[in-house]
Design a protein around this ligand. Sequence first.
Ligand SMILES: [Zn+2]
Length: 203
Amino acid sequence: MTKLPRAVRQLIEKFERLPGVGPKSAQRLVFYMLHNPEGELQDFANKIVALKRDTVMCTECHNVAESDPCEICGDPTRDVSVLCVVEQPLDVLAIERSSKFQGKYHVLHGSIAPLNNIGPDQLYLYDILKRLNGVKELILATNPTMEGEATALFIVEMIKQQPALSDIVITRIGHGLPIGADIEYADGVTLARALEGRRKMGE
Ligand SMILES: [Zn+2]
């Protein structure tokens, strides 16, 4: 039996590990690339290398950015009394598109998902507590999914255990967002409405 060249097989394996790419599409992608000029592929490879090299994680909000602190954390005109917790960097982008939010963000990089072995320790959950100095409202904008709800409830419980933080109003984004939706895919208008219709939690 003839085998595919090693370089082809190895790249197929890499593509297969990407989310949403099955073995068939991995093969198709690799053979598509094989038909590209070498310079084009070199450029592609360089951009993959640059992905990590030229980005940093903001030590304040954990958003992916070009500088630390990121543009939003470093912006003195942002309202420091409102903190919005999201699951992913793309959620920040989506909420910024709504132009309805002037506060700051906290990016968890996921949600509590016991079935996938993701617990609070795998997320930037506990350091929310360090960011609540001067915060009057904490908006929980995790996805309206089972995992997102569980994460929001975890944060409410975590804050309840800190008597010093009892003055902080905790709200949950939601109104207008379909159940099971992903915030990162919501359009600006829907998100603006979801932000306006946020409700109090933890009472
Ligand atoms: Zn930041």
